[in-house]
Design a binder for this molecule. Sequence first.
Ligand code: NAP
Length: 278
Amino acid sequence: MEKTIQTTTELNNGVEIPYLGLGTWQARGSTCKEVVAFALTHGYSMIDTAQAYGNESRIGQGWKASGRKREDIFLTTKIRNSNQGYQSSQRSFQQSLENLQTDYVDLLLIHWPDIGDFDRTIETWQAMIEMQNEGLCRSIGLSNFTIPLIERLLEYAKVVPVVNQVEFHTFLYQKELLEFCREKDVQIEAYSPIARARYLENDTLQKITKKYDKTAAQIMLAWCVNHNIVVIPKSVHEGRIQENANIFFDLDDEDMRALDQLGPQRRLVTSLDQPPSW
Ligand code: NAP
């Protein structure tokens, strides 16, 4: 059955997550508030933010301005690295809730694993489990975790993360990670799903756009959705926000295969905390 903008997928704890959300990294000030309100009144139900983006208050203002009921939208935020650890993750999350003008989020993520001090990341996870039990977050998950790091967390964790939010797009098909996460019932959520618009002119992509009468950004997003991956494209332009929502169509097997093999593979996001092999 073809998906629509309303289609959700069930996470391993029974919570439903929409396939499409609005990314908000570098969305700032009143523009951020306005685009969040715009997206939520034009079919989007999910907003992705993070403590590190410095815009949680604007997201709070934006969803309020949209007039949508809190229970009808899905808010994600992330514990930033400097706030990891048992107490500081709990304390900082209270501030996030205040900024977001809500008493719970739908999804709380660890933004980056602390490679140098993984015990700190385990502590953060423990604090998140407790906050989930208290009803402060409906689901908890990870971001930027590799297979070995997920395995390491699962050695200690009593709760399996619902999501791993990672860079994922046609120029970075992380098939092994996708398959591993599927096996563990961890949903992949694609960030930078249009590769920050850097390769939209790619020949194969352009050829496929003509066949479906869609833009390259739409083809890249549809490729993710056809792989049952959640996407959170970011834009601060109303036209693009609408364009990025028109992605619920089937790509045929031949085009999926061609997009699976788009090269060369490129990773856009790295962290200084990560080892070179990241
Ligand atoms: P992206 O969504 O792949 O691309 C965003 C860029 O593409 C912006 O410069 C945007 O410009 C432009 N754009 C958007 N739609 C377009 C279209 N239809 N045609 C042409 N250009 C378009 O990259 P991203 O912002 O890195 O990733 C999306 C979201 O994922 C972030 O905003 C953030 O919420 C999340 N994220 C998470 C992590 C993490 O560590 N967990 C890391 C990176 C990102 P305009 O805004 O000017 O339209």
